[in-house]
Design a protein around this ligand. Structure first.
Ligand SMILES: *[C@@H]1O[C@H](CO)[C@@H](O)[C@H](O)[C@H]1NC(C)=O
Ligand SMILES: *[C@@H]1O[C@H](CO)[C@@H](O)[C@H](O)[C@H]1NC(C)=O
Ligand SMILES: *[C@@H]1O[C@H](CO)[C@@H](O)[C@H](O)[C@H]1NC(C)=O
Ligand SMILES: *[C@@H]1O[C@H](CO)[C@@H](O)[C@H](O)[C@H]1NC(C)=O
Ligand SMILES: *[C@@H]1O[C@H](CO)[C@@H](O)[C@H](O)[C@H]1NC(C)=O
Ligand SMILES: *[C@@H]1O[C@H](CO)[C@@H](O)[C@H](O)[C@H]1NC(C)=O
Ligand SMILES: *[C@@H]1O[C@H](CO)[C@@H](O)[C@H](O)[C@H]1NC(C)=O
Ligand SMILES: *[C@@H]1O[C@H](CO)[C@@H](O)[C@H](O)[C@H]1NC(C)=O
Ligand SMILES: *[C@@H]1O[C@H](CO)[C@@H](O)[C@H](O)[C@H]1NC(C)=O
Length: 863
């Protein structure tokens, strides 16, 4: 649609419209909202200061100054231009030609446009202070208004030689739209280019989800002016106006993704994207073009880790404004429906709980979006944090995705997008004076209350001081934060998941931790220094309790620093348990604690850095070269020694409860170190305790699961799973495999029963395993996985058998291809087995019955 109205024809049209044929203008343009192409009814593109029209690479043609003087209220004609070379070293923009010319206004000037069909309009303004001998554009200070809204207030580009692009979305209800440039006194205004283009009605409705607890519905988007702050194509490249249905620019998300280690980009062909056209929810390519929906970010390695973290993006925004946030979703990662559920958080507020795209769209690869409004009171940091993360439900795949983000600033009570002055120059913001006085009063009052409280607390602690004397070497330790202290922390330990009996056990262990003082107490600031203020780049891993960072202490020692996430009861319990366990234990095959910090309600544990990381990464999923069979046996022996020590070495037996390959760490010499004691329990030897079931999927002892009776044999079962993970080098739960293979423990038992287990051996080492060693190893593993705990060996027996397997291996390591022969009779050893409880008899139907139990256990704490 070409618009070359001069002022006269504009006037005639206006008259016609108002008095005679009010609907012709509107109907003459069919802007079909439901298609992918949209012909705007309003399309004014002006390259200000240019004497010739300008065509951009995307095909849009901007009119010259002479063609557009009819829109202007002024007769002054100051044009500024530069050669394109002078702009060459600025950052590239596809709109670069528009910045090469500018128009200067020394007095108030208005552009007036005729709007045939009122509705939403894009207003796009281009600014760049071109160098000029007679006018110093950098020194100009001016405001830009519409009839009702302030777009820019006292704007200037001094000390800023970047290209400035401002984009607004306004609802215009009149047939006339004005854009006013108002220079400050004795200053001038300038503009390089203007776009006034209508936006389809479908683009934005009047309502959004209000993000402030409790969630509500916000109505009135039509009534506010919006300024586009960010438009981000998550997981994909920059989309330039030429590739967008509405000439928008979408940036790549790289600068905003604050946890890139956990993110994985996914993309599919644009053609796969489906736009739903059902009557209740319409998404068309006008909402966002298919390249936005065809790329996304999902959680790194979701099938293997049972990940427990959020994907996070942070954008900086201005305080004191509300923002509209649109999030685009399209499930291009799932293989079938009903697999993906995740939560959406905005600034830490749960905005959607368990978003189920399958339910919303009824199909995969289908475009979907949601609008949120976050009020200024919830933007305290000058930033908006957008997160998606798995729900805590027992789903078989934990994952979360995001395809696109749009963030728009909303006009405030003064109808302004820049400050608190309305179009007539009146100040309409919060009253500064009364606000200041209120602030002073509040600060004074809270100071008084805080000092009183402090005095009270110090007095009480001083009274209690003798109770703790033996435990704390530091005379002033009664001043330390609450939960660093001996018997007071017992009360913190109580947890709704723990039965009273186990609570007693936990409290007991705290009371008997005489060497707590031998661990160093770190100040939080030291740990901040050691980790570059918990730099996300230093994250080594993410666990159930929080993130683990690599840190370097002031003395140069490298440590692993585990920082608790949040103050949830669960995290606190794990922190205290782990601190108590590790304070008592020292063993070559247990990870050793250097110290801890619990200042500022931060819970941080500091460990020796174990440089080769988790055993699992050396088995599969990473690029490390495969470990030999001997090495794997050595590592298993080390881990078994660590566990054996836990079960029998200390005065009370300790059950680890979360034995898995990610909790076996390898130091620089590949010496195994058992880690993560957050779920450990102390019990009296030979006893069993009743407790809520905790552990990791795939490693969990079925008997413990059913009876909730915890014994050392539960660790033995998990260790059995580890043994097969070591042999087969695959994840214990792998939902991408067929159902019967998904669970490693069930599958190997079945394979073993049918004498097919040798086919599952890690092919990289299969030919270097001594068959005798293999036989001992597999028999041991199978026994560890016995259904009944009494049939399982003790950790001491496990250790002995592993050493036996190791001896057999090193006696004749290279046995070539004899392995497959050796396992024609894989099963015979079991038939001759003197153990009266045959393993095979309990194998059938385990998968079915177990998965049933899984879904019915309410209090299971998956990790
Ligand atoms: C506009 O387009 C729609 C669908 O393409 C069509 O049904 C309608 O008749 C058109 N209206 C006009 C005025 O051309
Ligand atoms: C471009 O870069 C050169 C050298 O870096 C600098 O001297 C010149 O001022 C720059 N030009 C502009 C327009 O910024
Ligand atoms: C233009 O104005 C800016 C800001 O007032 C000032 O820093 C700069 O030196 C001026 N440039 C010229 C060429 O006068
Ligand atoms: C220049 O302005 C742009 C856009 O407003 C802003 O992002 C940038 O930080 C500014 N640069 C300086 C040096 O002020
Ligand atoms: C916004 O637009 C709608 C129609 O698109 C109109 O009914 C309404 O009056 C407008 N509101 C304002 C405040 O301009
Ligand atoms: C944008 O469109 C051009 C052709 O019009 C195409 O070559 C290019 O790949 C497109 N880019 C994206 C990101 O889709
Ligand atoms: C503000 O920042 C602090 C530290 O940078 C962070 O702990 C807090 O969660 C942030 N608050 C919001 C609402 O983002
Ligand atoms: C994800 O973020 C939300 C809000 O910041 C937080 O409440 C939640 O615990 C986080 N989830 C994980 C697994 O870290
Ligand atoms: C969000 O703002 C509301 C008031 O609008 C306030 O009650 C609530 O505490 C805020 N939430 C957060 C997390 O800041």
């Amino acid at each position: 649609m070409k618009h070359s109205y001069n002022f006269f024809s504009l006037f005639i049209l206006l008259l016609l419209h108002l008095f005679f044929i009010p609907s012709t203008c509107v109907n003459s343009i069919n802007d079909s909202d439901f298609g992918s192409s949209f012909t705007p009814s309003v399309n004014y593109l002006i390259d200000c200061g240019s004497s010739l029209k300008t065509q951009l690479r995307d095909g849009r043609i901007f009119k010259s100054d002479p063609d557009t003087t009819s829109f202007l209220s002024t007769t002054e004609d100051i044009q500024i231009s530069v050669d394109s070379i002078n702009l060459a070293n600025l950052s590239y923009s596809p709109a670069l030609p528009l910045y090469e010319t500018a128009r200067v206004f020394t007095e108030d000037t208005t552009y007036s446009f005729y709007i045939p069909k009122p509705g939403r309009l894009w207003i796009r303004l281009y600014f760049f202070p071109l160098p000029n001998p007679s006018y110093n554009l950098s020194s100009f200070v001016f405001s830009v208004h519409t009839d009702r809204f302030v777009l820019l207030h006292e704007f200037s580009q001094s000390n800023n030689d970047s290209l400035v692009f401002k984009e607004y979305l306004l609802n215009v209800s009149d047939h006339r739209f004005s854009l006013k440039f108002k220079p400050r006194k004795s200053s001038s205004a300038f503009i390089n280019a203007i776009e006034i283009v209508s936006a389809p009605d479908i683009l934005l409705s009047d309502s959004a989800i209000q993000v402030s607890p409790p969630l509500g519905k916000f109505n009135g988007l039509m009534n506010s002016a919006l300024q586009v702050s960010y438009r981000i194509n998550v997981g994909g490249p920059t989309i330039t106006p030429g590739n967008d249905t509405l000439s928008r620019t979408w940036e790549s998300d790289d600068p905003y993704n604050i946890f890139p280690q956990g993110s994985k980009s996914v993309s599919v062909s644009n053609k796969r994207i489906i736009y739903p056209q059902t009557s209740d929810f319409i998404v068309t390519p006008l909402i966002a073009p298919s390249p936005i929906y065809a790329t996304c970010v999902e959680m790194e390695d979701p099938q293997v880790m049972q990940p427990n973290f959020n994907l996070s993006w942070m954008v900086n925004v201005e305080k004191k404004y509300s923002y509209l946030i649109r999030m685009h979703f399209c499930d291009i990662v799932s293989r079938r429906l009903d697999q993906l559920y995740f939560n959406v958080y905005i600034n830490g507020i749960e905005s959607v709980s368990a978003l189920d795209l399958s339910y919303e769209t009824k199909a995969l690869a289908t475009a979907y979006y949601m609008d949120f409004m976050i009020g200024s009171s919830n933007i305290t940091n000058g930033s908006i944090l957008i997160q998606v993360g798995p729900t805590n439900h027992k789903q078989d795949i934990s994952n979360a995705i995001l395809n696109g983000i749009e963030v728009m600033k909303m006009s405030n009570s003064a109808d302004s997008l820049d400050g608190f002055f309305s179009v007539d120059g009146e100040y309409k913001g919060p009253n500064l004076r009364t606000k200041l006085m209120k602030l002073v009063a509040i600060i004074g009052f809270s100071l008084a209350v805080i000092s009183l409280l402090l005095l009270g607390v110090m007095y009480v602690r001083w009274l209690r001081r003798p109770l703790c004397r033996e435990e704390s070497r530091n005379f002033f330790s009664w001043l330390l934060p609450l939960h660093s202290k001996c018997n007071i922390s017992c009360s913190i330990y109580s947890n709704k998941y723990d039965s009273p009996k186990s609570k007693h056990a936990g409290g007991h262990s705290i009371h008997h931790s005489p060497r707590r003082g031998s661990k160093r107490f770190f100040h939080f600031i030291e740990l901040q220094r050691a980790t570059g203020n918990f730099d996300e780049k230093k994250v080594l891993g993410v666990g159930g309790f929080g993130k683990v960072y690599l840190g370097t202490l002031d003395d140069g020692r490298r440590v692993a620093i585990k920082r608790g996430s949040g103050s949830s009861g669960q995290g606190m319990n794990e922190f205290i348990t782990e601190l108590n366990m590790l304070s008592k234990l020292r063993h070559r095959h247990l990870v050793s604690l250097v110290g801890f910090c619990d200042e500022n309600s931060e819970m941080v544990l500091v460990y020796d850095y174990v440089s080769n990381g988790p055993f699992r990464s050396h088995l599969y999923g990473s690029n490390f070269s495969p470990l030999s069979w001997e090495k794997r046996l050595e590592i298993c022996i080390g881990a078994a020694r660590g566990l054996h020590y836990l079960h029998t070495g200390a005065s009370q037996s300790i059950i680890h409860r979360d034995v898995k390959t990610t909790n076996i760490l390898l130091d620089e010499n590949y010496v195994a170190k058992v880690a993560d004691f957050g779920l450990s329990k102390t019990i009296h030897d030979k006893a069993q305790i009743s407790t809520a079931v905790k552990g990791s999927f795939g490693y969990l002892d079925p008997q413990y699961f059913k009876s909730q009776q915890l014994t050392q044999k539960s660790d033995v079962y998990s260790f059995g799973v580890v043994l097969f993970e070591v042999l087969c080098a695959r994840p214990v739960i792998c939902s991408t495999l067929p159902m019967e293979q998904a669970n490693l423990a069930d599958w190997v038992m079945k394979q073993h029963k049918f004498g097919m287990l040798h086919k599952a051996i890690d092919p990289r080492i299969a030919n270097n395993i001594n068959p005798e060693s293999y036989k001992v190893f597999v028999q041991l593993g199978v026994k560890c996985l016995s259904e009944l705990s009494v049939d399982r060996p003790s950790m001491g027996d496990v250790l002995w058998n592993l050493e036996h397997a190791y001896q057999l291996q090193i006696a004749s390591p290279h046995d070539g291809n004899s392995l497959s022969n050796a396992f024609q009779n894989e099963n015979e050893s079991d038939i001759n087995n003197d153990n009266s409880h045959g393993v095979a008899s309990v194998v059938p139907d385990r998968i079915g019955s177990d998965s049933l139990v899984f879904s019915q256990m309410d209090n299971f704490q998956g990790r």
